[in-house]
Write a protein that binds this ligand. Structure first.
Ligand code: HEC
Ligand code: HEC
Length: 497
């Protein structure tokens, strides 16, 4: 408990005591008949003006002095108490915001899993997504949130939280948009986001790394498309061969089941519970399974491949070993083979049931990938870019392109966040308008105005350029990019034809 309330209690006690004394001392016991108080003679002047007066005045002085000290003391500690409370409330808000940001779990029923896409403490990440334009499954880049408040103000962040980003994996979270979070929960998330903002110098230092990453991924684009083509080719082959493999898996599972049922009768040299004859049969099933069922339906469980190739030795009860190198009894290995065949049946069945449509979709996706690989729509010719707008300086042209890719492309280049497969020409337009065909020169005849616009971003309802109407969607980059870098980007955008 603080000093203030104690002081007030003491002051009040003094005041009451003083009053009681005054009231009480006015009443004197009188002999005989009661005289009404107003007719009764009071103390004489002598009485009043002597020690009694001094005493009363001293007491009054003392108690006013006490009050004079106590009230300010009380006032001071009271405001501290309120600040403490506000602080506690803010801490609580940040805490709840963090819980919302985290993954949902039995320990955290309030979690909405922003972290799954935006990464721990908002460093950025990605989300599995079917790209609506190409129908291919991609990892869509989710932006860093640890610098979001340098780019957007709080109200703009709230807007994206409420409405999400249609055409991207970012869901609408606000109740107004049919999402699960009410206004207060959104406040809490924003309070949390405030606490994870990196220092501004750090945001600026991150620029060089971001530019290098972009340039490197441009170089790796062809390889990543080839990898995607190889994977898609494998998926298509798995679908095409599924009916055959399912037939084999079902037949072999039935065979093996029968072999194992009779495996205890007959000569068992290694005394492992599987007769010599049964071991030979298991090996036969294993060989046929490896050749005809394969493991393509389960590309993720590589161990399945190991299990499918058994070579049981009738002289050794532990012919095989598991992944950790522990010997596995032959009878267990045979059981695992049976389980594996049964699980192949389960996994292949849907591929067979929907074979036609899966095959059509996989073929279309493959054709699209082949197309993307051949057309290299993501590619950029630095020499002509440099000649176009950078006085032939390739280094500056590269940096400009890297900056644009890292900070602008996800909204101004179609498909950019879905990776090189889906990326169209730089500036082809997505959430933000197309910047091709000299669009920025039309919008901002004076490059200086374009520079200012990129520094500040758009404001909802405010006009910009020649005919732009801001919605507050375009972030401001003045706090995350240096002036020189923004000027490079302006040059880049003005060179897009
Ligand atoms: C399924 C993945 C996913 C989840 C979950 C998710 N987001 Fe997003 N979020 C994204 C993607 C992807 C984008 C960028 C979309 C685009 O390309 O325009 C985004 C964009 C944003 C933006 C705008 C950032 C910018 O710079 O443009 C904010 C703010 C944001 N998310 C906050 C959140 C918060 C807070 C949560 C949790 C309540 C959350 N997100 C949950 C995927 C996700
Ligand atoms: C989060 C998405 C987003 C990002 C990131 C983004 N922009 Fe924009 N940009 C927009 C939107 C949306 C508009 C249209 C204004 C509005 O709706 O508020 C716009 C408008 C513009 C315009 C005006 C175009 C016109 O013709 O009206 C220019 C120029 C521009 N942005 C440049 C940039 C640059 C440069 C960067 C990177 C440094 C960038 N933008 C990053 C979304 C974005």
């Amino acid at each position: 408990m603080s000093l203030g309330p104690i002081a007030v209690v003491i002051a009040i006690a003094f005041l009451l005591a003083g009053l009681a004394y005054l009231v009480n001392s006015g009443r004197r016991p009188r002999p005989g008949r009661e005289i009404p108080p107003n007719l009764a003679p009071y103390l004489t002047d002598e009485d009043l003006e002597t020690t009694r007066l001094t005493k009363t005045l001293t007491a009054a002085l003392f108690s006013s002095a006490l009050l004079a000290i106590a009230l300010p003391v009380y006032f001071l500690t009271e405001s501290g108490r309120q600040a403490d409370f506000v602080h506690l409330f803010e801490e609580e808000a940040v805490h709840i915001g963090e819980l919302i940001y985290m993954e949902q779990s039995p320990d955290n029923p309030e979690g909405f899993g922003c972290i799954a896409c935006h990464g721990a403490e908002g460093v950025g990440g990605g989300a599995d997504y079917i790209d609506p334009r190409t129908g291919t499954s991609v990892t869509w880049a989710a932006p860093a949130l640890n610098d979001i408040l340098y780019r957007y103000d709080e109200e703009e962040v709230r807007y994206w939280l409420i409405w999400g980003r249609p055409g991207s994996p970012m869901p609408a979270w606000g109740v107004e948009a049919g999402g699960p979070l009410n206004d207060q929960q959104l406040d809490f998330v924003i309070e949390y986001l405030k606490t994870i903002q990196i220092p501004q110098e750090e945001a600026i230092t991150a620029v060089d790394a971001a530019v290098s990453t972009e340039l490197a991924s441009l170089e790796g684009a062809a390889a990543s498309i080839s990898a995607a083509i190889a994977e898609q080719t494998g998926e298509l082959a798995a679908i095409v061969s599924a009916p055959d493999r399912l037939e084999w898996a079902e037949r072999l599972a039935a065979d093996l089941d029968q072999v194992l049922a009779g495996a205890t009768s007959g000569l068992d040299t290694d005394l492992d519970g599987l007769s010599d004859d049964a071991e030979v049969q298991v090996n036969r099933v294993s060989e046929l399974a490896f050749a005809n069922v394969g493991t393509d339906a389960t590309p993720s469980t590589t161990s399945a491949a190991d299990r499918l190739i058994l070579e049981l030795d009738t002289d050794n009860a532990f012919t095989t070993s598991d992944q950790t190198g522990e010997p596995v009894p032959d009878a267990d290995a045979a059981d695992l083979l049976l389980q594996e065949l049964e699980s192949q049946v389960t996994q292949l069945t849907p591929l067979v049931t929907n074979n036609e449509s899966l095959r059509t979709a996989a073929e279309a996706a493959l054709a699209n990938l082949d197309d993307a690989g051949a057309a290299e729509r993501y590619a950029i010719d630095f020499e002509s870019l440099a000649a176009n707008g950078f006085g032939g300086d390739i280094t500056r042209a590269e940096r400009a392109y890297g900056l644009y890719s890292a900070y602008c492309a996800r909204c101004h280049t179609a498909g950019y966040s879905a990776g090189p497969l889906a990326t169209l020409e730089p500036g082809s337009g997505a959430l933000g308008p197309s910047l091709r065909d000299g669009r920025s020169i039309v919008q901002f005849p004076d490059a200086e105005d374009q520079y200012d616009f990129i520094v500040n971003g758009s404001v909802n309802g405010q006009a910009y350029g020649v005919n732009g109407i801001g919605r507050g969607w375009m972030p401001g980059f003045g706090a995350v990019l240096s002036e020189a870098d923004i000027r490079l980007i302006v040059e880049f955008e003005r060179s897009l034809d």
